[in-house]
Ligand binder design. Structure first.
Ligand code: AMP
Ligand code: ZN
Length: 113
């Protein structure tokens, strides 16, 4: 996707604070963190959101969630963390490349929306 911000980050055309990278997944710190730890996990293959997740292989989907688990451990989020994937306008998705927010390092609010 030529004009996709996260595709450009994955390709290194836009700088990012990389946290993890493997064949299927790239993870980096959110530029506007909403918690002490705020990391974005994205599949390297462009799909717009969870609504198009069937365009990923099972291995690519699993790689995203395994990356979430690995990053949570590496960031010492042993007291817990929140995983969020905004999907579409009602969820205020602002970047149309599937991503999972990992939020942690403090007690989250008890309301999710
Ligand atoms: P969403 O609103 O769920 O689509 O999340 C998009 C996230 O991308 C927001 O939390 C932004 O702060 C974050 N973001 C936007 N541009 C960048 C960037 N250049 N580097 C890192 N994070 C970014
Ligand atoms: Zn993309």
């Amino acid at each position: 996707m030529e004009n996709c911000l996260f595709c450009k980050i994955i390709k290194g055309e836009i700088p990012s604070a990389k946290v993890l990278e493997n064949d299927q997944v790239y993870a980096f710190r959110d530029i506007n963190p909403q918690a002490p730890t705020h990391v974005l996990v994205v599949p390297k293959k462009h799909v717009s959101s969870v609504a198009e997740i069937d365009q990923l292989s099972d291995a690519e989907i699993a790689a995203c969630l395994k990356a979430v688990k690995q990053i949570a451990a590496e960031e010492s989020l042993s007291d817990g963390f929140r995983v969020v994937s905004n999907c579409g306008p009602d969820a205020c998705q602002s970047v149309p490349h599937l991503h999972f927010h990992i939020l942690g390092g403090r007690k989250m609010g008890d309301r999710m929306a």
